[in-house]
Ligand binder design. Structure first.
Ligand code: AMP
Length: 479
């Protein structure tokens, strides 16, 4: 079986990335390809691009990285005007070709293609009632519920149909949708996941999960899509409507800790600055002393540099990551798992030998990575290993777009900090406090964020137990 070392079942995964372009003159297919390339960190299982020339609509999708899916050829249409794209990591439904996005459907009002990032908490309920009425589903992903609701809506215009449908679903979603003549973006009423709008000098409009997807095509940031907002881009420009307003915001704090790229800015808050601040506060809170600060690359690096800056202890690139392990990397047998980690990460012995090492990582989920890293550093001669984590202990599952709903797999659900320290074999262990974390996003109202994976304060009233406990909820016999 082919498997990426970082995508074993039960391990947290990134969610998806969505993209869309409306352009009168630029090559929307190539631009979407570049945009998806920039969003690749949000999902590496599959990728797809849907195109329209104003009359016809087509989609090309496949399993793998963006450059694998479009290795031979980019989708193309004469007079292509609009594109939507998607990169996926499965949070509902297996990693199968049938579950790739964008979804493209024909309905009485025309055609639509849709890309979804997030997780709906009431999709099973809705799907069940639609199935009872005879609706046929072709995938096992929650996103298909939305296109079915749009197709069945009695409202007149496509915008109204979409808004009507979004009022029925609960949970977390950022969408890019295209019709033959419109590009539409929507963000759920609580704004869990990021979505922003940009514009190129040539006048093309771009909608992207993150600002790094605007930068790559030379689009200037215009603004974020607001929670509960539907933005519609057509030949007359951008129009905005709200299908929900005034709900308490609940932006995902984990976007700043791990998911998003550090060069992105989400809702006015730079991801890099937030991560750097996490490192500074970690240094103050832990008071750890050592000879050198190191990180688990790449996600721990920005926080590690913040730790080094605050503590005055030098940062060194003591773990080297092999960047060429693609998703087709073959996971060896259980016996050879240590080899797998060594293939991915290897210490620089001269930086580690005889040193007291402060090692910074962004999170501990099951404790596997930290345990292996501590062992690796000790084998390389470390005198002591002090583990610093730039997030609080993750004790509760996320139902809003992260692939783990199995609480018993989360090490912090069953072990105290001291027990975790013992389990991973570190000399000391410190997790960033929740209060400290809240100080790291000064551009945001810290109370408008979702911290449910740390404190179980689920922002959606019935969110703690969405219908169905598993990502395989729509795959009979698999739950
Ligand atoms: P674990 O080994 O299970 O404790 O997972 C912690 C490691 O996984 C850390 O090195 C994180 O950088 C990384 N990580 C955190 N969230 C995710 C995610 N969503 N997908 C893949 N890796 C992650």
């Amino acid at each position: 079986m082919y498997e990426n070392g970082y995508s074993q079942k039960g391990k947290w995964k990134e969610e998806c990335g969505v993209y869309g372009i409306y352009s009168e003159m630029e090559d929307v297919s190539s631009m979407t390809y570049l945009g998806l390339y920039a969003l690749q960190h949000r999902g590496q299982e599959s990728a797809g691009i849907a195109l329209t020339d104003g009359a016809w609509m087509d989609v090309t999708r496949g399993m793998g990285l963006v450059n694998e899916v479009f290795r031979h050829q980019l989708p193309h249409m004469e007079n292509q005007r609009i594109a939507v794209g998607h990169v996926r990591y499965s949070t509902t439904g297996s990693s199968l070709l049938a579950n790739t996005q964008p979804l493209l459907v024909n309905y009485a009002g025309g055609r639509i293609a849709m890309a979804h990032n997030g997780n709906l908490t009431n999709a099973a309920e809705i799907r069940h009632s639609l199935e009872q009425e005879g609706t046929i589903f072709q995938t096992s992903i929650d996103s298909e519920v939305i296109v079915n609701l749009i197709a069945r809506s009695r409202k007149e215009t496509v915008e109204e149909r979409i808004m009507d449908s979004l009022l029925k679903v609960k949970g977390c979603y950022c969408l890019t949708i295209m019709t033959e003549d419109k590009l539409i973006g929507a963000r759920d009423p609580q704004g869990f996941r990021p979505l922003c709008i940009g514009k190129t000098e040539e006048g093309s409009w771009v909608i992207s999960s993150e600002t790094c997807g605007l930068d790559v095509v030379g689009a200037a940031f215009v603004r974020d899509v607001e929670p509960g907002e539907l933005v519609v881009i057509d030949k007359d420009g951008l129009h905005s409507r709200f299908f929900a307003k005034g709900e308490k915001r609940a932006g995902c704090i984990f976007e700043y800790i791990y998911f998003a790229r550090p060069d992105s800015v989400i809702d006015g808050q730079s991801v890099h600055e937030a991560r750097f601040e996490m490192g500074r506060i970690l240094a103050r809170e832990s008071g750890f002393q050592g000879d050198v600060v190191m990180s688990v690359p790449d996600s721990g690096t920005t926080a590690a540099t913040g730790f080094a800056y605050e503590s005055g202890i030098p940062f060194a690139e003591g773990l080297i990551k092999n960047r060429y392990i693609g998703r087709t990397f073959i996971q060896p047998t259980q016996k050879k798992r240590d080899t797998a980690v060594r293939l991915k990460l290897n210490p620089v012995r001269s930086l580690v030998d005889g040193k007291s090492v402060i090692m910074v990582d962004d999170s501990i989920v099951r404790g596997t990575t930290s345990g292996k890293i501590v062992k690796m550093l000790r084998n390389a001669g470390a005198k002591a290993v002090h583990m610093c984590v730039s997030s609080p202990p993750i004790g509760f599952p996320c139902y809003y777009g992260i692939d783990t709903s199995i609480r018993k797999e989360l090490i912090a659900a069953t072990k105290s900090v001291e027990e975790i320290r013992e389990y991973i074999g570190a000399d000391s262990l410190h997790f960033l406090s929740l209060e400290g974390l809240k100080q790291c996003v000064p551009k945001l109202n810290a109370d408008d964020m979702c911290y449910a994976c740390f404190n179980s304060a689920y922002p959606i009233a019935d969110g703690e137990k969405p219908a169905g406990d598993s990502k395989y909820v729509f795959e009979r016999g698999k739950c």
